[in-house]
Ligand binder design. Structure first.
Ligand code: SF4
Length: 221
């Protein structure tokens, strides 16, 4: 078993109005060697071999695994952090047990482009999906947060085209729970942030931002 215990540390973001916390879990085992196996099992968003780290996107969060630490960029409270960490602990331990049967993976899953999704959406910004524009909805789809069935006005031919396109990205496996945007203003703030990040990323205007600062101790040095 690679991880038996972890010590959680919570940090409030510098923005004084932020409601969420960042969570850093300091783990008692070194998972650096199994990060490529976890990348194969979980479908990472970013993988760096040196220093090793694997970034995942789940539950509209960015989770980064380092050899001695797990960083989660947004949690609402300790219970939510615990739920995610326990899920990860089980997957990491299980992956470690099965590592000889898993082909390690050193690259990351491609992600559907927002503009390619948008091309097949109706682009009438009707708002029936709960989002103000089709562009915002396309952003959510590219993350696997929303699925095609959440757009109520797309016609059959475009639906087929889009399904064919999305099939390449295995989005169903990466489907995640979404925030309830109509109930939580914070969800809208995250959405705008997500939109900005991914448009910048898609247009290759800059590198993808780090999920969290990397303490040297996390690398086991
Ligand atoms: S329901 Fe479809 S057409 Fe309407 S805003 Fe959402 S994505 Fe656009």
């Amino acid at each position: 078993m690679l991880i038996q215990q972890y010590q959680k540390e919570f940090v409030r973001p510098p923005n004084p109005s932020a409601q969420h916390l960042r969570c850093y879990a300091h783990i008692d085992g070194d998972i650096g060697e199994t990060l490529p196996h976890l990348n194969a099992v979980l479908g990472g968003h970013q993988f760096f071999p040196d220093p090793p780290s694997l970034t995942l996107k789940r539950h509209a969060k960015i989770i980064t695994l380092y050899p001695r630490m797990i960083a989660i960029n947004i949690v609402k409270d300790e219970d939510e952090a615990e739920e995610i960490l326990e899920w990860l602990r089980q997957i990491i331990n299980d992956t470690w047990e099965r590592r000889e049967d898993i082909e390690p993976k050193f690259d990351v899953l491609p992600k559907p482009r927002i503009l390619d999704i948008l091309r097949s959406l109706p682009k009438n910004n009707c708002g029936e999906c709960g989002f103000p524009t089709c562009m915002v909805f396309a952003t959510q789809m590219s993350e696997g947060i929303k699925s095609l069935s959440d757009c109520f006005t797309i016609d059959e031919p475009n639906k087929k085209i889009l399904m064919e396109y999305l099939r390449k990205f295995n989005l169903l496996k990466r489907q995640v729970r979404t925030y309830q945007f109509d109930r939580f203003p914070r969800g809208w703030a995250l959405l705008v942030l997500s939109l900005s990040i991914h448009l910048a990323f898609d247009l290759e205007l800059g590198a993808y931002p780090k999920a969290a600062p990397l303490p040297a101790a996390a690398l086991g040095r």
